[in-house]
Write a protein that binds this ligand. Structure first.
Ligand SMILES: [Zn+2]
Length: 192
């Protein structure tokens, strides 16, 4: 089985998806490219590939099987994402589409790609800090920063002198912060 996405793999998927011709000649690549364009309803500046929740797109004799991992537990957006992925693939000409949820390993905000983090920052939303280490299997987490996971860096001025003003901001995946340096309120994607 060739997978379109792994925990560390989707960073280049966007480029593959926009290159056109290659994907069209390869059913799996084309299906991945279509699925990868699906936006996240709660963070619409990100695709599900940017978020790292698009785990696998497999073209089989039974049709296309898309595997996604939910972000935050009980996230109501997952049903919407599943329907959107399916509709996009059907519109692109794939006839049978199945979307399955894969719960393990659980999604981590560390799976958000570099592209996704850049898009968040451009939208004025602080990307998540490195998630707290919570499991030993799988790739060893690389400690990129000594910043505690509950401190959000101001996306406008870069200051770490910020404080959380609300645990939930609109959706469960974001919290609300205020920068003490420049005074701006901003949202941050929670580290998980
Ligand atoms: Zn600031």
């Amino acid at each position: 089985m060739v997978t379109g996405a792994t925990a560390n793999g989707p960073a280049t998927a966007g480029e593959a998806g926009t290159s056109g011709g290659l994907g069209a000649a390869n059913g799996q690549g084309a299906a991945y490219a279509v699925a990868a364009q699906t936006p996240d309803p709660e963070l619409p500046m990100l695709t599900i590939a940017d978020l790292g929740i698009l785990r696998d797109v497999e073209t089989t004799a039974e049709g296309v099987v898309v595997t996604v991992t939910p972000t935050y537990s009980g996230c109501p957006a997952m049903r919407e994402i599943g329907a959107d992925v399916r509709n996009r693939l059907l519109r692109a000409g794939f006839e049978r589409v199945t979307v399955t949820m894969q719960l393990a390993p659980p999604w981590s905000s560390d799976w958000i790609t570099a592209d996704g983090r850049r898009k968040l920052a451009e939208a004025g939303i602080a990307p998540p800090s490195p998630a707290p280490v919570r499991r030993v299997e799988g790739p060893v987490p690389v400690k990129l920063s000594t910043v505690p996971s509950d401190i959000a860096r101001c996306p406008r001025c870069g200051s770490l002198s910020t404080r959380e003003t609300a645990r939930f901001s609109g959706t469960a995946c974001k919290s609300l912060h205020r920068c003490e340096a420049c005074g701006e309120p901003f949202e941050a994607v929670k580290a998980l």
